[in-house]
Design a binder for this molecule. Structure first.
Ligand code: ACO
Length: 324
């Protein structure tokens, strides 16, 4: 016994920034960004709090799954940082939806949702939980250096959620880490306030070795696709829909090419949202679920890579009745 996806939700900030908007204050262009990454626009937090959007996503997913917060047995939140270090964002969401379940955040960067899905599987298959809420929330605009054209153009803000319930649906999963703390790195502000701290503060912004990330991502996503299919007794051709982490269209294309996978099976929203780290997969899933793209019995493969360097894939059969 594992889980099936019973409901989804998402909430994005109102403000949309185009590549042309960025070109107003950076030496860049729509043409450079779009051809290198596939990104046209991204949502950015202005007057909203990340916590509030995450709660909105959670409530929509609960409503979609037709359960209440009180029925939850576990709340997981994939995030690098909520609006407070403590309580965790998962606890903040739990309070807002009226839950009394254990709740904690999971930081696996862009792979966070897949790590949460595998934690949910462990709780459900060991009968410690029946209903699990998984939320993803990232405020990338507060982490990037807005003077660095090589990184700030890649990211966007957003939140999403899913409810998974005990039952048949998850077919297999694989998680891995190839430890490397340099290729993608975002230091925190620990120690700044302490009169005793004498460790020099690193620059507060995302650092990324784009070329190295590219190589790791293509290899890791390819390997994870193969492994997760093998574990389910399937081949990559048996998958109906690929939901890849939305970091870069060129990375997605190169990973799928490895297995001669038809590009039309890969779902995308990167042009409208950029890379929202852990949130990307969740918003993608909700968007295409609400469009009615998935039919009951369809096999969905979610695959991602991120800082750590983490990677993973989860293969699920869609159980919900189709919308639209
Ligand atoms: N606009 C215009 N020029 C730019 C920009 C920009 N926004 N950014 C960089 N450049 C310039 C560079 O300064 C460089 O100029 P130079 O040759 O005069 O030095 C030139 O463009 C080429 O730079 P590269 O970094 O070699 O550009 P590349 O073609 O490799 O593209 C990119 C950069 C898109 C980041 C690429 O390396 C990539 O896709 N990497 C994968 C990383 C990724 O997608 N990460 C996502 C975030 S991490 C995650 O999700 C886990």
């Amino acid at each position: 016994m594992s889980f099936y996806i019973a409901g989804t939700g998402s909430a994005l900030p109102e403000k949309v920034i185009s590549n042309d908007d960025l070109a107003q204050f950076l030496d860049t262009s729509d043409e450079w960004i779009y051809t290198r990454t596939g990104i046209r626009r991204r949502h950015v937090l202005t007057h909203e709090r990340l916590d509030d959007l995450a709660i909105q996503s959670a409530k929509t997913a609960l409503e979609d799954a037709k359960i209440t917060g009180e029925e939850l047995d576990l709340i997981l939140c994939a995030t690098m940082r909520g609006d407070t270090y403590t309580p965790s964002l998962a606890c903040v969401i739990g309070e807002a939806v009226g839950a009394h379940a254990p709740a904690f955040d999971v930081n696996a960067a862009c792979v966070g949702v897949l790590y949460c899905m595998e934690v949910a599987d462990a709780f459900i298959s060991s009968k410690k939980a029946k209903n699990v809420l998984i939320v993803a929330a990232e405020a990338m605009s507060k982490l990037v250096d807005w003077t660095d054209r090589a990184t700030c153009v890649l990211f966007g803000d957003g939140t999403g959620a899913m409810v998974v319930r005990a039952g048949e649906g998850r077919l297999s999963g694989v998680l891995s880490t190839n430890p490397d703390s340099k290729v993608i790195r975002m230091p925190n502000i620990e120690g700044l306030n302490s009169p005793y701290n004498c460790v020099e503060q690193e620059k507060l912004a995302i650092y990324m070795d784009g070329g190295e990330v590219y190589k790791f991502a293509v290899n890791a996503m390819g390997k994870n696709i193969e492994q997760v299919c093998e574990r389910a007794g399937l081949t990559p051709a048996d998958v109906d829909w690929y939901l890849p982490h939305q970091a870069n269209v060129r990375i997605i294309d190169a990973s799928l090419k490895k297995f001669h996978i038809d590009k039309s099976k890969a779902l995308l929203n990167i042009s409208e949202c950029g890379n929202m780290s852990a949130t990307s997969l969740m918003v993608l899933l909700d968007e295409y679920a609400k469009k009615g793209t998935f039919r009951p019995g369809d096999k969905l493969l979610l695959v991602a890579f991120g800082a750590g360097l983490t990677s993973g894939a989860v293969l699920v059969e869609w159980k919900k009745a189709s919308v639209g």
